[in-house]
Design a protein around this ligand. Sequence first.
Ligand code: CA
Length: 223
Amino acid sequence: MRILIVEDEPKTAAYLKKGLTENGFSVDIAISGDEGIHAALAFAYDLIILDVMLPGRDGWSVLSSLRNQGNQTPVLFLTARDRVQDRVRGLELGADDYLVKPFAFSELLARVRVLLRRGPGKQTDTLTVSDLELDLRGHKVFRSGRQIDLTHKEFMLLSLLVQRAGQVLSRTLIAEQVWDINFDSDTNVVDVAIRRLRAKVDDPFEKKLIHTVRGVGYVLEER
Ligand code: CA
């Protein structure tokens, strides 16, 4: 299995290359976006590990250029910005997965193996939990095949809950990720938003997917 790492920070690139090589992968490094595109189009890689923050052409631009040229190699994004906007943007462009820096190598390796198992051209445009379907590219939401209209923030909130389905998310984390604010314990912005989201996504349906975990936060899952 051959992996291309596009990363301008020599230490990170060397660390990744060493770890992946030790695990039996054959690894090339590109230190700029242009070099990454050139290599990705010139060789048949099984996976590209793509840093978002690159000098000149950034990771997003690299990814959209590759996809526009018909390259469907799975891409794992490395990002320092753990924000839903960025994740949604990357997924819209056709990224297959994300890892937020700093990360443990064991986590990277686990994600790499999942992506390699999945193979090319099967990136997730659609996330599904029970009869709830999120179209990340089209920003559309369906339940039981019926389209649900959401505001931009509601879509962000729902996509956070769906991407982390089964995990309890604290109000603090939700506030930081969706509103990019430091949570003020006096505000109930998250609770209000969840109530509005439930009115659209859960209330008209018998099966409830968004659950309150008392004293902690919220989780979206099929129960
Ligand atoms: Ca970088």
